[in-house]
Design a protein around this ligand. Structure first.
Ligand code: CP
Length: 307
């Protein structure tokens, strides 16, 4: 039963519940007009304490397409947060106005703490370098739409695997499905956090390899998930500048990949995918953007319990 649930971390959802959201989102993606109006009278509060293009706008577009309305802020300095209001007081206030909250916050764990003060569903739209569960739902909806399965895949993840919250959520979720393998491509300084290795991959006996050069391993991948180096999480600019162009996917590297490998990226991209790759039919990151809206429609319909 998904009605009334929070989405803080996909770990708190069963695989059946994830599949239920994905199945509804697939139906919505096939025929979005059929779902227009099902959330009439409902209000989404989109509270973005950090910058966003896709997540905020896709949540807003999703609620508008469902027939509901949207309130919120994209810049906390324009709210009473700038006067020193606590997160709990802001959320208690919004609880009186809205039916569901989507919140992005720079502090890891902020949505979980916030959930204690409210009785409407809250969705984690990204908390610091921790988790980004709705991006993971977006990614798996995109993968199922093309590959028609979520198991038996070799998934390459490339770039900033240390700070990239989308990577952490995606590995945790795809690890639930049988016979998936992971290839983790990053510079030494941006390797996947140890807890993902020990508590997810090693604990579940999942095959994985680590590499530093993308061209050494790209030919083995069914999916290549590129990520940007997360400048905002670095302690100093020098390290960012040294590492920011560690990987640039271009036509030449794409020529080494399988014909049916797909390229995903949560976006925004900076330099890590050359614009020439956009013409390649395997580049699906702009399809992914659209699936992000459909999956947020499916998710909010389920959490609100609208039919
Ligand atoms: N993928 C993603 O989270 O993008 P935004 O930061 O633009 O929301």
């Amino acid at each position: 039963m998904l009605k009334g649930k929070n989405l803080i971390d996909l770990d708190e959802f069963t695989t059946d519940e994830i599949d239920e959201i994905i199945q509804l989102s697939q139906k919505i993606a096939r025929n979005p007009d059929e779902y227009h109006g099902i959330a009439k009278g409902k209000i989404l509060a989109a509270l973005f304490y950090e910058p966003s293009t896709r997540t905020r706008l896709s949540f807003e577009a999703a609620m508008l397409r469902l027939g509901g309305q949207v309130i919120g802020f994209s810049n906390p300095s324009a709210s009473s947060v700038s006067k020193g209001e606590s997160l709990s007081d802001t959320l208690r206030t919004v609880n009186a106005y809205a039916d569901i909250i989507a919140m992005r916050h720079p502090k890891e764990g902020a949505p979980r703490v916030g959930a204690k003060y409210i009785d409407i569903p809250i969705i984690n739209a990204g908390d610091g370098g921790h988790q980004h569960p709705t991006q993971t739902l977006t990614d798996i909806l995109t993968i199922t739409s093309v590959k028609k399965r979520l198991s038996g895949l070799t998934i390459g993840l490339c770039g900033d695997l240390k700070f990239g919250r989308t990577v952490h959520s995606l590995i945790k979720t795809l690890s639930r499905y049988p016979e998936n393998k992971f290839i983790l491509v990053s510079p030494q300084e941006l390797k996947i956090p140890q807890y993902i290795k020990s508590q997810v991959l090693q604990k579940k006996n999942i095959e994985f390899a680590e590499a530093e050069k993308l061209e050494d391993v790209i030919q083995d991948m069914d999916i290549l998930y590129m990520t940007r180096v997360q400048r905002e999480r670095f302690f100093n600019e020098e390290d960012y500048i040294r590492l920011k162009d560690s990987y640039i996917l271009d036509k030449q590297k794409m020529s080494l990949a399988k014909d049916d490998m797909i390229v995903l990226h949560p976006l925004p991209r900076v330099n890590e995918i050359a614009y020439e790759v956009d013409e390649d039919s395997r580049a699906l990151y702009f399809d992914q953007v659209k699936y992000g809206m459909y999956v947020r429609m499916g998710l909010m319909a389920k959490l609100l319990g609208v039919k």
